[in-house]
Design a protein around this ligand. Structure first.
Ligand code: SF4
Length: 360
């Protein structure tokens, strides 16, 4: 025991952090020089979003909360990227930063072959119709004093999607595609159930013919029986319109059903990313394995070993040093407490950040 302690490596945290940040900076600079992929609708490179927590009297930020730290992925037309993770892991902030509803602190957002990271509000207004969002709460996201017809006609008129005299027909057709009866046109949101309201929200998002839709927990507020209907509607509309979705959810079963690619987030960072098949066939990261072990198996003869994560999620304002998952990871070693693991590609298109994968 004494020998073990004497031979244990001594870590200089400050030097390790410096080395890690330098490596990451070099990687970011290299990635920023890469040409844009013409086959993708959305490419996100090293996205970062920080919120100031403390400022001096002169306005200098002295402490910040890193809500999203170094997120990268590509998404093609007709594909769904599911982003999963526990509450507060940065899923929603990532979605909002991609739409520039939150101004990104760093990274690149390439939409339709254009770098929109530094677009001003006028430039964003011009492309806003191509990037839409569906919110979690269909009860608060519809204006209570407008009829369904008014809610759906407004964006169509503002963005001049069809000539003025064709707006009503266009809206009625859209309502039909979204499973809404035509006599709902004159009705108000309070007259509808949660599922129907979410259909109205989906119709509103699609009314302007977007290419990308961010679905932020779109079924979490709905009854389980209604969830499947909404998910099936989203899938049908995606097929018909070749839409790209980012589907944010804490429910892995839903994400498994709808997604082509999956990103697993923890404390603001992407822990693992890959195709649905790769991630479910061969989950690499201990956090992904723990999340998957919690999915109930409908077959009572199959025994799944549940990996219980101890402790609470640390505060994003003060994330642990080294691997940010080390305080809850059942496999954490000494190195994990000091050295942040590199986010690397281990199979084609399958990325993860964990020392275990490097044999450490
Ligand atoms: Fe666990 Fe260490 Fe891997 Fe982090 S790097 S997930 S603490 S084994």
């Amino acid at each position: 025991m004494a020998e073990e302690i004497l031979n244990a490596p001594v870590y200089d945290d400050a030097a390790l952090e410096k080395e890690y940040l330098e490596k990451r900076k070099a990687q970011i600079e290299e990635d920023f020089k890469k040409p844009f992929d013409p086959d993708v609708v959305l490419e996100v490179r090293h996205l970062r979003k920080c919120f100031p927590m403390k400022k001096t009297v002169t306005g200098k930020v002295t402490k910040e909360l890193v809500a999203v730290d170094d997120i990268s992925f590509k998404l093609k037309a007709g594909e769904t990227l599911g982003i999963v993770g526990e509450s507060g892991c940065g899923k929603t902030t990532s979605g909002r930063a991609i739409l520039k509803l939150h101004e990104p602190t760093g990274g690149q957002i390439i939409f339709n072959g254009k770098d929109i990271t530094h677009y001003n509000s006028a430039q964003m207004r011009a492309i806003r119709k191509e990037m839409q969002i569906i919110f979690q709460d269909p009860y608060s996201s519809l204006p209570p004093r407008s009829t369904v017809g008014g809610i759906l006609s407004e964006p169509v008129e503002v963005h001049k999607i069809v000539p003025k005299d064709q707006v009503k027909d266009y809206v009625l057709e859209l309502m039909d595609k979204c499973g809404l009866r035509d006599y709902y046109y004159e009705r108000y949101p309070h007259e509808f159930s949660g599922g129907q309201r979410q259909r109205i929200c989906i119709a509103r998002a699609l009314s302007v013919n977007p290419k990308l839709v961010i679905c932020d927990e779109p079924v979490s507020a709905l009854d389980v029986s209604i969830q499947a209907q909404i998910i099936n509607l989203l899938k049908k509309l995606q097929r018909e319109r070749n839409l790209a979705y980012i589907f944010i959810s804490h429910d892995l079963s839903v994400v498994k059903f709808i997604s082509d690619k999956i990103g697993v987030m923890y404390l603001g960072a992407m822990m693992e990313f890959g195709t649905k098949e790769d991630i479910f066939r061969n989950p690499l990261h201990p956090y992904t394995k723990a999340l998957f072990s919690a999915i109930p198996n409908p077959d009572p003869t199959v025994k799944t070993e549940r990996i219980k994560l101890e402790g609470d999620i640390p505060s994003p304002a003060n994330p642990p040093k080294g691997c940010r998952f080390h305080t809850r990871c059942p496999y954490a070693k000494e190195v994990c407490k000091h050295v942040p693991p590199q986010y690397k590609e281990y199979e084609e298109g399958h990325f993860a950040a964990c020392h275990l994968l490097d044999g450490e």
